[in-house]
Design a protein around this ligand. Structure first.
Ligand code: EGV
Length: 383
């Protein structure tokens, strides 16, 4: 936790990034701050946890390439991927999507000094990209979904990076929007990178992205993440997938950082993915939708409050606070032990745009969402 020189907890306005806000919430039962999955395990998932000792024994015995191949097949097929790279160098297993992103960023920085990044998005993405010395250019969501990036802007960067579904808006790049963007990137020889960490939540994102990317001929990278879907105590995999022609030293930089990931975690991910394919994913979608409905119902009729992304299916919900500032509401909620995220830092190129917006995580026990929704209602009615 951030402290100043006298050892006090620093005021939230001084916190450097969203993850520091998330640290503050980790000890609270009403932590609706981070986007990690913290809901209770379902009965089907509890059975997998009960199987862990035998998964361990199996993981010791079997060749790791086999365990790895089965895990990525199970996970990617769950998400509607029918084709995906089958050579290990083109589908690298990492501890988390942030580790995959760091490897991607370091590789990209060897070939270009500039990247265009969707705006807004979770702030550790711009921070990682800036951390390797890249210059960032924002691209607004409506441009990506509508008219497209103008030629002169596209020519000025080495890569376009899009989070889809986006965090925190939930907006999904449709198959046709991806096809158009990939064609433009191919035309200008710009790498197209997708972070699809939230795609599990939205069936609109369950089309075959790799097929669209391959057909365009563009140089592409995709970062997949099992970490948002299932409450697996931070045991997760981030996958770094890329095209054959990507022209980035991804496998080399990977080898600087990792030898590999745990076969036990890979086996567990495979089992969670199989369980999800057998009905668990549809249950999860209903669960998130119910939590979203709880939150919306409890804020109904509160003056000057709206939900700017009504069709979002992501496991986070954005709330426009009208005239109230996000930091004031954050502070008032904290008195109820409820933690959310003020949105300034999602708007990495123009923080003021997020200053009257709050993000709440929905991947929480229904009872926590209910208690937090009631507290939020009373806070908002008071000011
Ligand atoms: C969200 C935090 C970092 C990130 C949280 C997140 N991880 N900083 N490496 O996973 O939406 O709350 O994505």
């Amino acid at each position: 936790m951030a402290m100043n020189q006298t050892g006090e907890v620093t005021a939230p306005a001084e916190l450097g990034n969203l993850t520091q806000f998330e640290y503050l919430a980790l000890g609270s039962p009403l932590n609706l701050a981070d986007g990690h999955a913290r809901q209770e395990l379902t009965p089907g998932q509890i059975r997998i946890v009960d199987e862990l000792p035998s998964l361990w024994a199996e993981s010791v015995k079997r060749p790791v390439e086999e365990v790895e191949a089965e895990a990525r097949r199970a996970y990617l097929e769950l998400l509607g991927q029918r084709r995906f790279p089958d050579v290990p160098e083109r589908l690298l297993s990492c501890y988390s999507s942030s580790v995959a992103m760091e490897i991607f960023a370091r590789s990209l920085a060897r070939t270009t000094d500039s990247i265009m990044l969707v705006h807004p998005t979770f702030d550790n993405i711009p921070d990682i990209l800036r951390g390797v010395g890249l210059r960032l250019e924002p691209v607004e969501e409506p441009v990506l979904h509508g008219a497209g990036i103008p030629d002169d802007r596209l020519r000025s960067v080495g890569c376009v990076f899009v989070t889809t579904p986006n965090n925190p808006t939930g907006r999904v790049l449709s198959r046709s929007a991806l096809r158009r963007l990939a064609a433009r990137c191919a035309e200008h020889d710009v790498v197209l990178t997708l972070d699809t960490s939230f795609r599990g939540f939205d069936t609109d994102a369950h089309y075959d992205h790799y097929e669209v990317l391959e057909a365009s001929g563009c140089r592409w990278v995709v970062i997949e993440d099992t970490g948002k879907l299932w409450p697996t105590l931070e045991l997760k995999i981030g996958w770094l997938a890329s095209s054959e022609n990507v022209g980035l030293p991804l496998a080399e930089v990977y080898s600087d950082i990792l030898l590999g990931v745990s076969p036990l975690v890979l086996s567990m991910v495979r089992r969670f993915a199989e369980e999800a394919a057998g009905g668990g994913l549809a249950d999860l979608h209903r669960f998130i939708a119910t939590n979203r409905a709880t939150l919306r119902e409890h804020l109904e009729g509160v003056p000057d409050v709206r939900f700017p992304y009504p069709s979002s299916r992501a496991s986070v919900e954005l709330i426009d606070l009208g005239q109230r500032t996000a930091l004031d509401v954050w502070t008032a909620l904290r008195r109820h032990n409820v933690y959310a995220l003020p949105c300034e830092k999602f708007h990495w190129a123009n923080p003021v745009e997020g200053s009257r917006r709050l993000r709440l995580a929905l991947s929480r026990p229904a009872s926590s969402v209910l208690t937090a929704a009631k507290a939020l209602r009373s806070v908002l009615l008071a000011g």
